[in-house]
Design a protein around this ligand. Structure first.
Ligand code: GDP
Length: 215
């Protein structure tokens, strides 16, 4: 079920560096992925807004850190999509310094949603990001996007393959199938976000729910 605050996501600002990030947020989840992986579509469907993420695709903002606040403490953060280019390990990412600093030092960053096309193998940059976040002990949740383009069997097989690979290589990362088009995996994605946004403890427990309905 969607926590009502996701629908309240409101564009706050776009910044190039950590120093310019808003100061009073406590819970942030950042979205990253190769360009065209389906990041904007996922952000829109997660927030039930038709064109929220279009804001971060407007000229001048595609290379910036884009903040969408849910309330005074919480925000979803749209990071620049990265390209297909091969990168050298020591270069970390082809992202600029500001972004590297944001991921490495942003205290309110609770987790990273990594979008990967379910029909394609992870790119070198996806892997680099997984390695880097492992070193930082930053939790990652992978959305295998556009899973509507695969039949159920192959989609499930791919999920299991990626899950096994992550468990063995990058155990700080979890994974699920996702389709913005068909809304597949939306509850699972919201659950993960709720956990990172510290929403879960604010929700009524099953017992509280039951006692409320008895009243
Ligand atoms: P971004 O560059 O990562 O923000 O990707 P977009 O969200 O803009 O999506 C890139 C392309 O993939 C667009 O043509 C979308 O319509 C398409 N797309 C995104 N999500 C889905 C999905 O769940 N299913 C299908 N079939 N297409 C999708």
């Amino acid at each position: 079920m969607q926590h009502p605050l996701y629908q309240k996501a409101t564009y706050l600002k776009s910044v190039p560096t950590l120093a310019l990030c808003p100061t009073d947020l406590e819970f942030e989840v950042a979205f990253a992925g190769r360009s065209n992986a389906g990041k904007s579509s996922a952000l829109n469907v997660i927030t039930s807004q038709k064109s929220l993420a279009r804001t971060s695709k407007t000229p001048g903002r595609t290379q910036l850190i884009n903040f969408f606040t849910l309330d005074e403490q919480r925000a979803l953060v749209d990071l620049p999509g990265y390209g297909y280019a091969k990168v050298k390990l020591e270069k970390k990412l082809e992202w600029q310094q500001g972004l590297t600093e944001y991921v490495e030092r942003r205290e309110s960053l609770r987790g990273l949603i990594l979008l990967m096309d379910s029909r394609m193998p992870p790119t070198e940059i996806d892997e680099l990001l997984l390695q880097w976040t492992a070193d930082l002990q930053l939790p990652v949740h992978v959305l295998l996007t556009k899973c509507d383009k695969l039949k159920k069997g192959p989609a499930k097989a791919n999920l299991l393959k990626v899950r096994k690979w992550l468990n063995e290589t990058y155990p700080h990362a979890s994974v699920q199938l996702f389709s913005s088009l068909k809304r597949t995996g939306l509850d699972e994605a919201w659950n993960k976000l709720d956990e990172w946004m510290a929403f879960s403890r604010e929700k009524p427990t099953q017992q509280e729910d039951a006692s409320m309905s008895e009243k």
